[in-house]
Write a protein that binds this ligand. Sequence first.
Ligand code: NDP
Length: 296
Amino acid sequence: MAATLIDGKAFAAKVRGQVAEHVARLKEQNGITPGLAVVLVGEDPASQVYVRSKGKQTVEVGMNSYEHKLEADTSEADLLALIDQLNNDASVHGILVQLPLPKHLDEDLVINSIAPEKDVDGFHISNVGLLGTGQKSMVPCTPLGCLMMLRDHHGSLSGMDAVVIGRSNIVGKPMAQLLLGDSCTVTIAHSRTKDLPDVVRRADIVVAAVGRPEMVPGDWIKEGATVIDVGINRIERGGKNVLVGDVDFASAAERAGAITPVPGGVGPMTIACLLANTVTACCRANNLAEPEGLTA
Ligand code: NDP
């Protein structure tokens, strides 16, 4: 393997350490404990695992964690009433509604009912607009984690050619906005892109967020490019269930300058950035200096 491994697990531990330091300072100097409320509707097994993990890590960095578990048949009115209560609760600085929601609930309506300054997932339409216009916003966690790793590896990203494969609202589009904000020349590719291999071959930075196991082979990667693999795909290999990314790691690592593995790359950064966003939201709510290096 020629490429440098970008170790998301170690980087996420560092981010959590910075968050914990800032939380300790807020408690000591200002008497404030940041609080994150997570709302889970229904019993989706994957969502339950994520919510448990978020709660555990929130407490580990010294913040308050408030979990609200609602029945799968909770009415929209009851969910909106809970969000309204959390919006008005001064001890709650971040609110996250775990997606997907059961089908009878309107996700857009629910997300847009969260106070934008407490929307630590960065999905509220106001935060999308603020990010798109280069203003201070809450930034979606997964793209923020990718940006932090890219900045850490390269320093400045200015002038680099970046390709984001995928145009979802939670990863692809905000990722492209962040790269543009750091003065990359950005191409967003998707399922209708003509000649994807050619588009990828021109990129100094490739962010793959597709959800198709190992679809990007090594020979699409420009020599020395940095590859950030957001994909998480569960496949069967050699009789075992394994996790793989959207990039064929083995062949891409032969050509890339640096690459994130799956697992242990982007994945651990997502919750770390959720914690970072919560401490940022808490500082903004109290007109205090934001922690450095934890926002876009
Ligand atoms: P979506 O399904 O919402 O979006 C996938 C995107 O990939 C779409 O824009 C789609 O294009 C594009 N696409 C599909 N097929 C192709 C193709 N053959 N060539 C080019 N583009 C294609 O997925 P998400 O953005 O939500 O997630 C992407 C991946 O990232 C998933 O594996 C997911 O599990 C993972 N993920 C990981 C996270 C983490 O913490 N590490 C967090 C969030 C997601 P089109 O719009 O044209 O349909």
